[in-house]
Design a protein around this ligand. Sequence first.
Ligand SMILES: *[C@@H]1O[C@H](CO)[C@@H](O)[C@H](O)[C@H]1NC(C)=O
Ligand SMILES: *[C@@H]1O[C@H](CO)[C@@H](O)[C@H](O)[C@H]1NC(C)=O
Ligand SMILES: *[C@@H]1O[C@H](CO)[C@@H](O)[C@H](O)[C@H]1NC(C)=O
Length: 270
Amino acid sequence: MYLLVLLTVFGVAFAVPLTAPSTEVFSAPTEEERAAVYVLPRDIIPTFYDVRLILNPDNEEYFTGAVDIRILPLIITKQITLHAMAMNISAADIEVYAESAPTVNLFQSHTLATNDTHLFRITLNRNMTVLQPHTIRIKHYVGHYGEDVRGIFISTYTTGGTNHKLITSYVEPTFARSVFPCYDEPALKAIFRTTIYSPPAYSAVRSNIPVRAQSLKPDIPGYAKHEFDDTLVMSTYLLAYLVSNLDYVDNAMDTPYKDLYVPSTVQGIF
Ligand SMILES: *[C@@H]1O[C@H](CO)[C@@H](O)[C@H](O)[C@H]1NC(C)=O
Ligand SMILES: *[C@@H]1O[C@H](CO)[C@@H](O)[C@H](O)[C@H]1NC(C)=O
Ligand SMILES: *[C@@H]1O[C@H](CO)[C@@H](O)[C@H](O)[C@H]1NC(C)=O
């Protein structure tokens, strides 16, 4: 009788702690499980990006772009995983080529994560060979400006009662992926070539590196073309863009950097 009572008491005592916390404890993912969801697989490395951006501060709805990414597979695989955030990319605009067969499109399908992983996955119709260079070609995508000073965004300022717009960027730490599809992790460094097309009324257009001397890209009617030199090997979070009417002065030192400022009196910059 005593034993039976004791068992009942134990039964009650154990029933609660053993069942109640179990759902709580096992629903929280470990660090490794979170990493497996968020961190890019290190089976492909990017080496070079050729980015074209069409940026019009007078169209706040969206911008468009195109990018070629040169990659090196480190394993035999037909899966490509990179980042893209707040973008529309159609299957018809995605192509993948081996450098050894530049007319055979290997693209089969893609998925674009709408959740916060921002993963953009491409499946090919055959395996890539280890260390054989390939190019991911996104011929056209639609991007969206950041609303809270993240990624690439539109700002306004007022001079002499007139409102002006400018496009600028702050992609640190993980918002380069909202400017163009990329391997948006600091260790995955590459060379970046940038071309910005913007309305001719915006005369001060900048990126990380001086303007290219020899033009490579075609013109687009109605837009001014700004071609920049290739960067050094660098991380995506250091990229920067500016489309503006700011004035500038050369600084005193013999460097390519210039000080930019708002013409006449600044009444507000946001
Ligand atoms: C872009 O994709 C979003 C969802 O990710 C969708 O709501 C929107 O309609 C798409 N826009 C275009 C122009 O396809
Ligand atoms: C995002 O979606 C993918 C599949 O669509 C899923 O595997 C992943 O767990 C999701 N991540 C989060 C944080 O919800
Ligand atoms: C692609 O590679 C994987 C992994 O090595 C292998 O299992 C698969 O059979 C290969 N597929 C083809 C079509 O060669």
